[in-house]
Design a protein around this ligand. Structure first.
Ligand SMILES: Nc1nc2c(c(=O)[nH]1)N[C@H]1C(S)=C(S)[C@@H](COP(=O)(O)OP(=O)(O)OC[C@H]3O[C@@H](n4cnc5c(=O)[nH]c(N)nc54)[C@H](O)[C@@H]3O)O[C@H]1N2
Ligand SMILES: Nc1nc2c(c(=O)[nH]1)N[C@H]1C(S)=C(S)[C@@H](COP(=O)(O)OP(=O)(O)OC[C@H]3O[C@@H](n4cnc5c(=O)[nH]c(N)nc54)[C@H](O)[C@@H]3O)O[C@H]1N2
Ligand SMILES: [Mo]
Length: 812
């Protein structure tokens, strides 16, 4: 979230498009209800009339996977009707920047497409630069190469007629929503946008989010209390997971892991540190070397020296893309033979379950660290129809290492609003369960032992040097405490540290207060730069429980610790005009105090006084929000509507020859698993129920009483066509496999008119699996038997939310 949960109460309009918070985030959703009490409207755009829709002012059913067409239609409307916040757009976005003359978009492709590699050469997706290397701008916005004019041209195709044809949202409803959104272009009105998987888990996920972020920039809603782009995160600590870089090619604090092409510390740091594109701006990532060197000091202590590039060679270098879908591919190819699953129940969560099982069956060993006996740990067992494997043929050795869960240990959890909150152990763990950190430490000790054995035999083990360089100075090396780990992440002064005026700010060994004090000369450590300040010499800031709110805007600086720097609303400098006056005096959290912008919130805009050079988006190299993204995004600098790979219509109405995003990550062997709309005419989507948490609760009697068995939601018209009554057992088939479920015939799913044909949605909750408590007979199928493995090119996220199925009545 750019903002936070409580801040939702400050919004005038809440657009929920791509999530169902009343169901999946029922506690946080109270803030949307608070907003409603304050007069806000709630609009839900979702294929289903879901529980959030039931308390909304308006629900618009949309075809799953088509939100970009909707959002670009909104942008067209805002530009046509001139409902944008002009001053904000001019100064705080890249609307005025001039784009390279070579950039173009034609017949569904951006310039630079390489057919063979299925990827783009992005060199023309860039600004025009002056002789000093700064981007050229036209503040009058007249030049046809201005971003705003290129954008206008790009979205001109997304007329209300086209939006309806692609998305199924009726023009009248669409225009009504546009009007409501347009109202928030007034400086004293804000819209907040809430989303989760309905936008992200698509082959166009990143561009979905880009589209709505662009809308929020045009409306001047970014940086404003009651505004922003608010990702409602999943597991209670998944925010913490990404912050900590728990992706195979990431490091803590959103730095990328070096890869094969990175040859030295200097070269790598240069490659990941952005150059200024506009003069006199913050470009905070210019400090990347300080974050990285401090991290290396945490990893390797005295072994990380200036001479050895801070231990650069100790780090693993990725040789290719890695993500769980790729892991499964490599297993199937016989190129990966061991897997450690720590808190990951792949059999329920990864797409194309049959492919996952086939891959796991080829493993030599599988280690499962989990408090539960998961389906993944029993992938080799025959459960009848729902897991029809030949156990005798599977040779994989499976080790189950039972862990504690959060309630059995002290620690911190980061919520969607970036707040790290400390929690205390509630009870001891049962049986042989041990904390994750203890199990990992034991594995480390055993590895150390095995390395020593090798050395004794005269073998020089690979990787020994990096292994031995690792700092492991916990009081009990086999069991680091949560407190020790939290302080290590925060970071220490490794020498006496002085400010530029020569005043001592830290004595050697003290905990750091903030990342502004990090150094790249080896005198500071920090296991994660964004968390510096969470545990200082004043104590554990995550344990703070003062909920006073002097602003009245829900800005409680004394409650927990919000990264970065305890800041509650990001990019808040954009809530004031260039002279420092608030766009809305009732929504003001920061102001110039002669030294910096701190006031009721911790500002992010450094020490630059009010003035014309204001560039509030300090984490982008331009200092402004991007309506045109010049780097990184592999699928295009602007969003474009592409059809899902499995689409209920035959071609993209905008450019039939390039129907789907040409950069989609799809492995060759998965192409045979693409189903056609002739064989599989219905659009399926998958989702959650409040009564369950993934498949954990399917093993718990109380939850199973509340929602006993797998069901499938289908609309009344489709049910009538198929002769299906509510309560009938139905077989749902995709090109990947089939499941069986009880039919719920409902008014909540309506058929939509898409490109001249009637399209039906089929809704599938994700909570049951072969080990479900009442999992006899047909009741314990995994929905992911049906889903495809292809994913988007930026994040590799699989397409869980739009694929094609057929349904038919089945034997109970
Ligand atoms: N009770 C409970 N709560 C949970 C969880 C749980 O298992 N149980 N899981 C947690 C986790 S890990 C996560 S990530 C979050 C997920 O939170 P959400 O994303 O809110 O949950 P979902 O139910 O997966 O999907 C949300 C909605 O997206 C809609 N949708 C599908 N496709 C599209 C589309 O193309 N466009 C639009 N606009 N909408 C679409 C679906 O109809 C559904 O209503 O929930 C968390 N909270
Ligand atoms: N079709 C479809 N598939 C989906 C989704 C969808 O919407 N549709 N949603 C996707 C999403 S958003 C997510 S997040 C994934 C979820 O995928 P997973 O993360 O695989 O799902 P969980 O079942 O939550 O698995 C987490 C495991 O962690 C264990 N666990 C809990 N606490 C601890 C702990 O402290 N230590 C250890 N070691 N283990 C612990 C739990 O017992 C559980 O077995 O599924 C994805 N798959
Ligand atoms: Mo999730």
């Amino acid at each position: 979230m750019t903002n936070n949960w409580v801040d939702i109460k400050n919004a005038n309009l809440i657009l929920v498009q791509g999530g169902n918070p009343a169901e999946a985030h029922p506690v946080g959703f109270r803030w949307a209800i608070e907003a409603k009490k304050n007069g806000a409207k709630i609009i839900v755009v979702d294929p289903r009339f879901n529980r959030t829709a039931s308390v909304a002012d308006l629900h618009a059913p949309i075809r799953s996977g088509t939100d970009i067409a909707f959002f670009l239609g909104v942008i067209r409307y805002l530009l046509e009707t001139n409902q944008i916040q002009h001053e904000y757009v001019k100064h705080y976005t890249n609307a005025s920047f001039l784009i390279d003359e070579g950039f173009k978009f034609e017949d569904g492709l951006f310039v630079g497409f390489d057919e063979e590699k299925r990827s783009y050469d992005k060199s023309k997706w860039n600004y025009q630069f002056d002789e000093n290397g700064f981007a050229k701008r036209d503040m009058t916005l007249q030049d046809p190469r201005c971003v705003i004019n290129i954008l206008k041209d790009h979205v001109s195709r997304y007329t209300p007629e086209m939006v309806e044809r692609i998305t199924g949202v009726k023009q009248k409803t669409f225009l009504h929503i546009c009007e409501e959104i347009g109202k928030t272009s007034a400086p004293n009105k804000t819209m907040t946008h809430l989303y989760a998987l309905g936008l992200t888990e698509h082959t166009i996920g990143t561009q979905n989010i880009r589209s709505i972020a662009m809308i929020q920039l045009l409306l001047g809603n970014m940086g404003m209390p009651g505004g922003g782009i608010n990702a409602l995160r999943g597991h209670s600590n998944v925010q913490g997971t990404t912050d900590m870089g728990l992706l195979p090619t990431s490091l803590p604090g959103y730095m990328r892991l070096p890869n094969d092409k990175d040859t030295s510390y200097e070269q790598y740091i240069n490659a990941i540190t952005p150059k200024d594109i506009v003069p006199n701006q913050v470009n905070y990532y210019r400090n990347t070397s300080k974050f990285f060197v401090s991290l290396m000091k945490t990893f390797y202590g005295d072994k990380a020296t200036k001479e050895n590039g801070w231990g650069f060679d100790f780090l693993p270098k990725s040789d290719r893309l890695y993500d769980p879908i790729t892991h499964v591919k490599l297993m199937n190819d016989g190129k990966l033979n061991g897997w450690i699953l720590q808190g990951f129940n792949v059999l329920n969560s990864l797409p194309n379950k049959n492919k996952t099982v086939a891959g796991m069956s080829k493993l030599k060993f599988l280690v499962i660290m989990d408090p539960l006996q998961t389906e993944s740990s029993e992938f080799w067992k025959n459960f009848g129809e729902s897991n029809n494997v030949n156990s005798a043929e599977i040779q994989t050795e499976v080790f189950r290492l039972p862990t504690t869960c959060f309630a059995e240990e002290d620690g911190s959890i980061a919520n969607s609003g970036r707040w790290a909150q400390w929690h205390w152990k509630g009870c001891d763990q049962p049986g042989e369960a041990l904390p994750d950190a203890e199990i990992l430490s034991m594995i480390r000790e055993e590895m150390h032992h095995l390395y020593q054995e090798d050395l004794k035999k005269g073998v020089q083990p690979k990787g020994l040097e990096s292994f031995e360089a690792m700092t492991w100075d916990y009081a009990q090396p086999h069991s680091p405490s949560s407190e020790e780990l939290a302080k290590e992440l925060n970071g220490y002064a490794l020498a006496d540290i002085y400010d530029p005026n020569g005043n001592l700010i830290y004595k050697k060994g003290q905990l750091l207060n903030g990342f502004a004090h990090l150094r790249d000369d080896g005198t500071t450590s920090a296991g994660n730069w964004i968390y510096v300040g969470q545990w200082t010499e004043k104590g554990n800031q995550m344990a703070n429980r003062d909920n006073s709110d002097p602003s009245g805007l829900g800005c409680t600086l004394g409650w927990g610790f919000a990264w970065p720097a305890n800041r509650r609303v990001l990019y808040s400098r954009a809530s004031l005009d260039i002279n420092g006056n608030p766009w809305d005096k009732h929504r003001q959290l920061i102001k110039w105090n002669g030294k910096n912008w701190n006031w009721l919130d911790v500002a992010d805009y450094g020490t630059q006084p009010p003035g014309s050079d204001t560039a509030p988006f300090i984490m982008s190299a331009e200092g402004v929000g991007r309506l045109f993204a010049v780097d990184k995004i592999t699928s295009g600098p602007m969003p474009e509507h592409y059809e899902p790979i499995e689409s209920p219509i035959d071609a993209n109405p905008l450019h039939p020859k390039v129907s789907s995003d040409p950069t989609i990550r799809i492995y060759k062997e998965d192409r045979e698993f693409i189903g056609s709309n002739k064989d599989f005419p219905y659009v399926a989507t998958t989702y959650r129920l409040t009564e369950h948490f993934h498949s954990w609760t399917a093993q718990s009697a109380l939850n199973i009483i509340a929602q006993p068995q797998q069901f499938v939601e289908i609309g009344e018209k489709l049910a009538a066509e198929k002769g299906i009554q509510k309560g009938d057992m139905v077989k749902i088939t995709s090109r990947r496999g089939y499941i069986k479920a009880v039919a719920v015939v409902t008014k909540r799913l309506k058929d939509l008119e898409i490109d001249g044909r009637t399209v039906h949605h089929v809704g599938l909750p994700i909570h049951w699996n072969m080990k479900a408590l009442n999992g006899k007979g047909n009741r314990g199928f995994s929905t992911n038997t049906l889903t495809p493995s292809w994913g988007e090119s930026v994040t590799q996220t699989p397409e869980y939310k739009t694929f094609l199925v057929n349904i038919e009545k089945a034997e109970a």
